[in-house]
Design a protein around this ligand. Structure first.
Ligand code: F6P
Length: 343
């Protein structure tokens, strides 16, 4: 096989493991297939307004354990900056044969449209929310769950000391995977997820139930959760580049309501971007490295419009379309299983 020139980019919100993908792809591509790489800076922004860095063994040395992304990222929609024509032009200027786009739902939707218009792209799915269809898990999720669990263990000791109800708000724009997993791990008394709008009455029932057993209630809430009396998830910071509401703050809304209804002193903590920062877990490093390596095989096979994915313990390739359209929500039976332990 003749070595190819490949451009790589990370796009959308960062997730711990992005650097491990980059390293896995570069080392495999360079060592095994003689490919050359460049890294576009700050997502699609670095493609449409070309800003890039050479990406070789030297640049990826020791980066698998680093959070963030050495390439930088942004929520830039390439179709706001010239779309497929512009990308084609830049690829020709830089003599690129392919692009590997590492990103979530917004990025992959853009990548699909570009591929449909003839741009050779392979995708690597990424999201701490773990909400992408077409793959069992995405890297970053395991790290986010570990960070959230550790934070809740800490909230529980201070909650116990004061006999308070503690509300922990975690990420999860449309789905409650982080809330579900960290809530189970931390032994939360109630888990509130976007898939299950709930009444204040039911929330106070479980808070009172836990307090009645002498426990300091811990309520985990995903940022995208809404009370059944709300039409939409709480958002007060406008829309992102893909037109999605910026969330965050539902915990602070719930805490005074819980306190008012139950009479139990209540505090809320929003974990926010702490869940996306820092060192990726070993699991995420392994998954990310395997995704990066598999992306090279996909490029070799010219599998444009496809992304790497995890099925069980095996890496597969699926069409971008499989990851788009619908999100991977928490199934009702998984929530009901966790609910057996509420209160
Ligand atoms: O999509 C991943 C995510 O972390 C969501 O959970 C959250 O709503 C969003 O990104 C935050 O985006 P930003 O980093 O742009 O504030």
């Amino acid at each position: 096989m003749v070595g190819m020139r490949i451009g790589m980019l990370t796009s959308g919100g960062d997730a711990p493991g992005l650097n491990a993908v980059i390293r896995g792809a570069v080392v495999t591509g360079q060592r095994v297939f003689d490919h050359e790489f460049i890294g576009f800076k700050n997502g699609w922004k670095g493609v449409t307004d070309p800003t890039w860095m050479p990406l070789g063994r030297e640049e990826v040395k020791g980066i698998a354990k680093l959070g963030g992304t050495i390439l930088g990222t942004s929520r830039t929609n390439p179709f706001d900056y010239g779309g497929a024509d512009r990308v084609r032009e830049v690829m020709a200027e830089l003599s690129l044969d392919a692009i590997i786009a590492i990103g979530g739902e917004g990025t992959l939707a853009g990548a699909k449209e570009l591929t449909d218009q003839g741009i050779p792209i392979v995708g690597v799915p990424k999201t701490v929310d773990n909400d992408l269809n077409g793959t069992d898990y995405t890297f970053g999720f395991d790290t986010a769950v570990s960070i959230a669990t550790d934070a809740m263990d800490r909230l529980r000791t201070t909650g116990d000391a004061h006999s308070r109800c503690m509300v922990a708000e975690v990420m999860g724009r449309n789905v409650g995977w982080i809330a579900l997993h960290s809530g189970i791990a931390a032994g939360a008394h109630l888990i509130l997820i976007p898939e299950k709008p709930t009444s204040l009455e039911e929330i106070s029932h479980w808070v009172n139930h836990a307090a009645g057993r002498g426990r300091a209630p811990l309520v985990v809430v995903a940022e995208g959760f809404r009370l059944d009396s709300m039409d939409e998830a709480h958002s007060e910071r406008g829309l992102d580049a893909f037109g999605r509401p910026r969330l965050g703050g539902i915990g602070q809304i719930l805490a005074p309501l819980i306190e008012e209804v139950t009479g139990i002193e209540t505090r809320a903590t929003t974990l926010g971007h702490i869940q996306r920062g820092g060192t990726p877990s070993a699991y995420d490093r392994v998954l990310a490295t395997r995704f990066g390596m598999a992306a090279i095989h996909a490029v070799n096979n010219k599998s444009w419009g496809r992304m790497v994915s995890l099925r069980g313990t095996d890496i597969h390739l699926v069409d971008f379309g499989e990851a788009l359209g619908a999100l991977k929500v928490v199934p009702n039976e998984r929530y009901e299983e966790a609910a057996l332990l509420f209160g």
